[in-house]
Design a protein around this ligand. Structure first.
Ligand SMILES: [Zn+2]
Length: 413
């Protein structure tokens, strides 16, 4: 891509032009404010991933955005992750933290009652709001923010074999998600096996044997899938190695979009156990994974990937009704109400502009369907449909138009 095209795709620029999100100095750096349009994209992504995960056997839960500092000391996040956390908030003489991670919350939920081996693997998922301190210089539109919503999950497994299987199932989910989002392996994203550093015991939990085993497990798994991947030293989580799905933004900078992590440390720290068939208590294994990543970050990638021309299911405004003149306004309103009642995100351009200008505006806004209404359409109860991607569709009966839009949305075509 030429440099000017890349710049045109910059999600910060498009976010402003398409009125998707903004920042306010009064609210604070790195804290995005989503407009109605930006929030519509978020909602679609969130619904999509929650439904998809529930279909794949995940249990969606909800846990709080803050917890006692003690919890993060117990998990080890506090010493290892301290620099990325906000200062404690004192409540009733106790220190609380805005959470940087979901893991300890999910483990406490798991610990609320005993679990049989029959319940495992238990896939605990949440759309979790997280808070991390990023230095001002590191902040970058929606890619690097100080609060974000992670499609997170912790899969509690009965054995290493089950953990490996679940890591595979998580990669299957990720590949299915990238398919729906139109992201291509090798082109839009690639795999990275992120390894620890045995010598750096300050950054990584000390347990050489477990690191070797975990890294081999993920490496063998990637090989068995036939997936091409690169290896990167010193990029692991403090509790274990991970498979990162890396994506480049319009400025060529690479970020982790999704991740699957093998954890041999937290099960010990939290004493995560299950009751084996012989009645004994056994140590569990944990996979941490994010499927669609942080909603903010995937939005940034998608804005740049589609240059703002979102597929219908994601488009903040899916159709716009354009009456040619005032006398077509009543029928235009009828189309507008019918589509809105059916759950389509639709707008009506009742301005006094010429039709040419209305069409140009609709195209600048990258709206998938423009519905022109004049004398002919009023008498035939149709709309003259123009598709952003396919050009002139022609006159469609309102009922046929509705079916067409609903089908395209349902299949996320
Ligand atoms: Zn986690």
């Amino acid at each position: 891509m030429a440099d000017d095209t890349l710049k045109d795709r910059d999600h910060k620029k498009l976010g402003r032009e398409l009125d998707l999100f903004t920042f306010s100095d009064s609210v604070g750096k790195g804290l995005p404010l989503f407009t109605e349009k930006g929030a519509a994209i978020r909602r679609e992504l969130e619904r999509f991933i929650v439904d998809e995960e529930i279909r794949r056997g995940y249990s969606h839960v909800k846990t709080p955005d803050i917890a006692k500092l003690e919890l993060y000391k117990k998990s080890g996040h506090y010493p290892h992750f301290k620099d990325s956390m906000y200062a404690p908030i004192v409540i009733d003489d106790e220190e609380y933290m805005l959470r940087p991670m979901t893991c300890p919350h999910h483990f406490e939920l798991f610990l609320a009652k005993p679990h049989s081996y029959r319940e495992l693997p238990m896939r605990i998922a949440e759309l979790a709001q997280l808070y991390r301190y990023e230095q001002s210089g590191e902040l970058m539109g929606l890619l690097r923010v100080r609060t974000f919503c992670l499609a997170d999950a912790h899969i509690i497994c009965a054995s290493e074999e089950q953990a490996a299987e679940e890591a595979g199932a998580a990669l299957d989910l990720i590949e299915s998600v990238t398919g729906v989002l139109g992201l291509k392996f090798g082109e839009d994203y690639h795999y990275r096996l992120s390894l620890g550093d045995r010598a750096n015991t300050e950054k990584y939990y000390k347990n050489d044997t477990a690191w070797e085993k975990g890294e081999d497990l993920l490496r063998e798994h990637l090989k068995s899938r036939g997936s091409k991947f690169e290896e990167a030293k010193d990029e692991a989580a403090f509790y274990g190695p991970k498979i990162d799905i890396q994506m480049k933004n319009a400025n060529g900078k690479e970020d982790t979009a999704f991740t699957v992590q093998y954890d041999f440390c937290m099960p010990d720290r939290f004493d995560l156990t299950y009751v084996a068939p012989d009645g004994s208590k056994k140590r569990a294994f944990v996979i941490h994974r994010s499927s669609i990543g942080a909603i903010e970050r995937i939005m940034a990638f998608l804005i740049e990937k589609y240059a703002g021309a979102f597929p219908l299911w994601l488009a903040p405004v899916q159709a716009k009704v354009l009456p040619i003149s005032e006398k077509h306004l009543a029928y235009a309103n009828e189309i507008f109400s019918t589509l809105r009642d059916a759950g389509i995100r639709v707008e009506l351009d009742d301005s006094n502009e010429t039709l040419g200008k209305k069409i140009r505006n609709g195209k600048t806004e990258k709206i998938p369907y423009l519905l022109v209404v004049g004398d002919e359409e009023v008498s035939a109860k149709t709309a003259a449909v123009e598709s952003r991607d396919k050009g002139k569709v022609g006159a469609l009966l309102l009922s046929d138009l509705l079916v067409r839009l609903q089908e395209e949305i349902r299949t996320r075509a």
